[in-house]
Write a protein that binds this ligand. Sequence first.
Ligand code: UTP
Length: 291
Amino acid sequence: MSQRLRKVVFPVAGLGTRFLPATKVVAKEMLPVLDRPLIQYAVDEAVDAGADTLVFVTNRYKHAIADYFDKAYELESKLAQSGKNDLLAIVQGTLPKHVRCVFVTQPEALGLGHAVLCARPVVGDEPFGVVLADDLIWNGKQPGALRQMTALLDGDVAGAVAVEEVPRDQTNKYGIVDTGGDASRAARMRHVVEKPKPEVAPSNLAIVGRYVLPGRIFELLEQTKPGAGGEIQLTDAIEALLGKNKVLAYRFEGTRFDCGNKLGLVKATLAMALEDPALAEATREFMASLR
Ligand code: UTP
């Protein structure tokens, strides 16, 4: 398997119910952490991993994501005319020139596995990445999580999922991995089960929103029946993959913020403000004043 990951899929067709009413009109992935939407952090991570083709699995309401990565003619010409070149560079800098975007529609929100399957005509047979933008993984100036995972691929390793330990009482929110007790940073997956109750979960090692998968996963997704929550689950297809293929559970370097819920988005915003020299001190003072 090649070390390079050309294509990365962004499933962005979920309903985002935890952010209603905002998500009536704004896709969850367009919610900002400081001045950048979640999808921008996700795209930056994919580009950092070497991707040149970004496949967005969207629904008919989510035009904002396509608009965001498109050229903004009127705004750009106004900024150029008024000599605001720094702002112009920001507006034009959402995507490097060599990267292209492809949009496919998921007609109905039938689950993450189904969303990934919708990308099959664009991805074909090659290995590809999946990034869930609501899991923001920040590793500062160091290689992003997807790049770290791509480096694991070789002839022997067919794929990798990003994992981290979660509190036992939260296993029913995640795909939970069984590594047969192997606690190494990149451990072979023996099994994976979607949203098990704490008492039956094989571990507390949870998959977070990064996957590197072989093209063969699509055949398995075709055969996957609705699972937990009545949705077609990506983890069920990965479980089927494990029979013949070596897939690693990888404890990434970086901090993950679960921006699919309100507290996670607040934490990410504060953490990013503290990273920004222009905001750090005032943010610290404000937080101290709250006590
Ligand atoms: P979530 O489980 O977070 O669901 O999906 P959601 O609809 O986005 O949000 P809530 O739970 O209602 O608040 C995980 C990821 O899978 C995508 C979502 O967009 C998100 O990135 N997804 C989920 C799809 O693209 N299609 C689906 O049918 C389901």
